[in-house]
Design a protein around this ligand. Structure first.
Ligand SMILES: Nc1ncnc2c1ncn2[C@@H]1O[C@H](COP(=O)(O)OP(=O)(O)OP(=O)(O)O)[C@@H](O)[C@H]1O
Ligand SMILES: C[C@@](O)(CCOP(=O)(O)O)CC(=O)O
Length: 449
């Protein structure tokens, strides 16, 4: 029995630009995590087939029971005809990658758990033990509203890890080459399940944690052949080559918010359709060249300023702790104007937001709609708050603020009508990407009362 977990994400800087390998982005991994607990047994009754049971009991006892066999290219068959493409493409890719390894066990059960902040908490019951606490819903997974923290990327990443651990007994996810294996397999499965090749920052953050990210070239995945039972070797040979030997040309450099700063996220309970926003922005971009390129260049130079300022603040904390402590105190007390680093941070974010408001106006894609502008501006007036954005694709998703560690946002905004539609989420910046957990910590979950 082994257990793994992977974090959710907030794309603090780099929305839309991250789709182009030309630009870098700033991704914060979140304390909300997806978990997978895997067990396996030898079932002598099964000939040349593997049973894979995936349980997601938190969602109305959802489960998917698959049979996978080499002769069908490991295309999993769900015994009741149920479908979950994220699970299916994970099985296909992991099994095809390890196609020549005879695992000791052929009956595998993986239990999925997701931390509460991924989904709406309506109509839920808490089940907990000394170590973990999860919310149980009375609806199926696809009917529970999500908060946009990257549940599918987290799911595919932990599931890829859990299933790989059956074939690769010495899987050690603290090792770089194993992280790379998981990342590449999960990235492929996630794109195939979504039916599109996005930027992949969510899978990269689920694997590596908070990162400065430059995406892979999309053709690395789109060039993979279709799985065909006529030529089974074709897919796994190509998959192995892409996963192990191709140069993905992506970068995922570990980063973090500087010490004494924290991320705060506030859910506004509405949500946006990323695919539609991306389509509108792409059309606007292509129809407005070269001025749209100048807008992107301006956003990019401010994204880079934020990344550089975080690095500079890390250094300052070490080299000039007295000044750094004054700066943190200045942030807590609302004296931002006394510190050039804080001012530069604020200015960079306001330039990015200004550009996104321009794109909103010209493209019709609600990246920073007026109601969110008002909310962010009000947040920025709060003591301890440095700045705020709508992460990722923007729109009516959760907002993200950067603030001093001691900011008590719930207390500051309590009873203020301008914040009445915001639910402050129980989230922090994560301190790691993919990690191995103690499988005993998921046993004997009990209802609170
Ligand atoms: N705990 C889970 N158990 C089983 N399937 C899950 C679970 N969490 C997510 N999924 C799968 O992922 C799908 C949601 O993926 P989707 O990409 O739409 O959301 P997301 O990744 O949370 O959002 P976003 O990309 O906006 O951050 C669900 O419909 C389900 O198929
Ligand atoms: C618009 C985009 O750059 C970010 C989407 O981010 P999110 O799913 O809203 O967190 C799309 C992508 O990166 O795939």
């Amino acid at each position: 029995m082994r257990a793994f977990s992977a974090p959710g994400k907030a794309l603090l800087a780099g929305g839309y630009l991250v789709l182009d390998p030309k630009y870098e982005s700033f991704v914060i991994a979140l304390s909300a995590r997806m978990h997978a607990v895997v067990t396996s047994v030898k079932n002598p009754g099964l000939k040349d087939e593997t049973n894979i049971h995936i349980k997601s009991s938190q969602f109305n006892h959802n489960e998917w029971n698959y049979i996978a066999s080499k002769v069908r290219g490991f295309a999993p068959k769900e015994i009741d005809g149920k479908s979950n493409p994220f699970i299916e493409y994970t099985i296909i890719n992991v099994c095809n990658y390890f196609f020549d390894i005879e695992a000791d066990d052929n009956d595998i059960t993986i239990e999925i758990f997701s931390d509460e902040e991924y989904h709406s908490k309506e109509n839920t019951k808490v089940m907990k033990n000394t170590y973990k606490s999860f919310r149980f819903h009375d609806k199926d997974i696809q009917d529970v509203p999500k908060t946009g923290l990257g549940s599918s990327a987290g799911l595919v990443t932990v599931l890829t890890t859990a299933l790989s651990s059956i074939f690769c007994k010495n899987l050690d996810i603290s090792q770089h080459q194993h992280q790379r294996l998981i990342h590449n397999l999960a990235q492929i499965a996630h794109c195939q399940a979504q039916g599109k090749i996005g930027s992949g920052f969510d899978v990269a953050a689920a694997t590596y944690g908070s990162i400065v990210y430059r995406r892979f070239f999309p053709d690395i995945i789109s060039d993979l052949p279709k799985i065909s039972t006529d030529d089974l070797d074709k897919y796994h040979t190509a998959l192995r080559a892409v996963v192990d030997n191709s140069d993905w040309k992506m970068t995922a450099t570990p980063t973090n918010l500087p010490k004494g700063f924290k991320l705060i996220m506030g859910d506004v309970n509405t949500g946006s359709e990323t695919v539609k926003l991306v389509q509108k922005v792409k059309s606007w971009y292509n129809e407005n060249l070269p001025s749209s390129l100048n807008v992107y260049k301006s956003i990019d130079s401010n994204n880079m300023k934020i990344i550089k300022l975080c690095q500079d603040l890390h250094i300052l904390e070490k080299t000039n702790p007295t000044y750094y402590n004054d700066l943190l105190e200045g942030l807590s007390k609302g004296k931002i104007q006394n510190f050039k680093e804080l001012q530069e941070f604020q200015n960079a974010v306001s330039e990015i937001r200004k550009n996104f408001r321009l794109i909103t106006e010209q493209s019709g894609a609600d990246i920073e709609p007026a109601v969110q502008t008002e909310l962010l501006d009000n947040c920025c007036k709060l003591k301890g708050v440095l700045t705020g954005v709508i992460p990722g694709a923007g729109g009516f998703d959760a907002i993200a603020l950067v603030a001093s560690q001691d900011t008590d946002i719930a207390l500051e905004t309590k009873d203020l009508k301008e914040f009445q539609n915001v639910t402050w989420m129980k989230l922090r910046q994560a301190n790691c990407g993919l990690s191995e957990e103690d499988s005993d910590h998921y046993r004997d979950l009990k209802s609170e009362c």
